[in-house]
Write a protein that binds this ligand. Sequence first.
Ligand code: 5GP
Ligand code: ZN
Length: 114
Amino acid sequence: MTDCLFCKIVAKQVPAEIVLEAGRALAFRDINPQAPTHVLVVPKSHYENAAALAAADDGLADDVLKACHAVAVQEGVADSGYRIVFNTGSGAGQTVFHVHAHVLGGRGLTWPPG
Ligand code: 5GP
Ligand code: ZN
């Protein structure tokens, strides 16, 4: 996708603080962090949302989930607890339509989310 912000980050056309590159997945810090650890994990290929990623049917969703856990370990939040969020659709707060998992940790996280 030529006009996708996260495709541009994957292509290194837009700078980002990359924390992990794991095969078909890439992790970088959110520009507007909501917790001490707030990392976005994306598949390098373009899928609009979690539903499209799940339908990719080639293990890609698995790679993204494994990369989320690897980020949590690397960030030191795996033991204290962390949250993985896929906002899916504008009604759920999705603003960038290249699927991304938010990996949040490093502080207490309340439930239900806002
Ligand atoms: P969504 O609202 O779609 O679930 O999440 C989009 C996330 O992307 C937001 O948390 C927002 O802060 C982050 N974001 C938006 N633009 C950029 C950017 O240019 N670079 C980075 N690293 N994050 C961004
Ligand atoms: Zn994209």
